[in-house]
Write a new protein. Structure first.
Length: 268
């Protein structure tokens, strides 16, 4: 008779996106039903009279900047990898094109669309350092509660927690023997960066946890589509599309340039 633990692990491996969706719902329910969790965790970093003092220390400020720099690098490198065959037909890929497409797409849809464009601009939750409980002037609101305490770049959910969790995507595209250490390193980095944001009074615990889970959910869903065994997104297909697009673009720009030069020559 198979153990429950083994069955659960097999189900998690077979349907990770489903279980991440369930985890997101359960975590959200916990924070909605017990909003004191957010306030109690935020209070750990708060001091009367000084607010959130770690936000003023150079080390923690530099730590935040490091996280932001790594996130920008994660966005730029896969784009640069796809630009090589786009600009230079027949050029050798410095990174597998399907892996680059996965990294770009998961980042655009997770931290980009779901986190920044939809939730942060719609839910309207004030940050811990802005609410009355911690010396601010705004009211506290629960996770997922639609309020008008903030117009843009709001607290729910954490963009930096989502961006740092995006590093886990690297574990999908590195050689198999590197996957576990890369995943562990990415998760530890994400934990440090996320706790740092809470220490600044910039986010509640629920902002961070929901951002993690949503980012992972999008990541696994995108991976399932792009790496589907019978899907259209093969390295060869992506490379061919990029080369054809690059050739067409250069031809079009060359034609426009020729017409501009002929037009300018009229006035010489």
């Amino acid at each position: 008779m198979r153990s429950f633990g083994k069955t659960a692990r097999e189900s998690l491996v077979a349907r990770p996106a489903l279980w991440l969706a369930v985890a997101t719902l359960l975590a959200s329910a916990l924070f909605i039903l017990h909003p004191r969790i957010d306030l109690d965790v935020a209070r750990l970093f708060f001091r009367d009279g000084t607010g959130f003092p770690l936000a003023q220390l150079p080390f923690f400020i530099s730590l935040r900047r490091l996280g932001q720099a790594v996130s920008r690098l994660m966005a730029v490198l896969p784009v640069a990898a796809l630009l090589v065959p786009f600009l230079f037909a027949g050029a050798r890929f410095v990174f597998p094109p399907r892996a680059a497409l996965f990294l770009i797409t998961s980042m655009l849809l997770g931290p980009g669309l779901v986190v920044n464009l939809l939730l942060k601009g719609y839910v309207g939750r004030a940050r811990p350092n802005e609410i009355v409980d911690f010396g601010g002037s705004l009211d506290f609101s629960r996770a997922w509660e639609i309020v008008d305490h903030c117009a843009w770049n709001c607290s729910f959910v954490s963009a930096e927690a989502a961006a740092s969790m995006q590093l886990v995507a690297l574990a999908f595209v590195v050689p198999p023997h590197w996957r576990r250490p890369v995943a562990i390193g990415a998760l530890l980095f994400c934990l440090v960066m996320s706790v740092n944001r809470m220490a600044f009074g910039g986010h509640f615990l629920s902002d961070v946890v929901v951002a993690w889970l949503l980012t992972l959910w999008v990541m696994f869903a995108v991976h399932a589509v792009i790496y589907r065994a019978d899907g259209p997104f093969t390295d060869a297909a992506i490379a061919g599309t990029l080369e054809r697009a690059g050739t067409w673009t250069k031809g079009m720009l060359g034609g426009i340039g020729g017409r501009v030069r002929r037009y300018v020559a009229i006035f010489r």
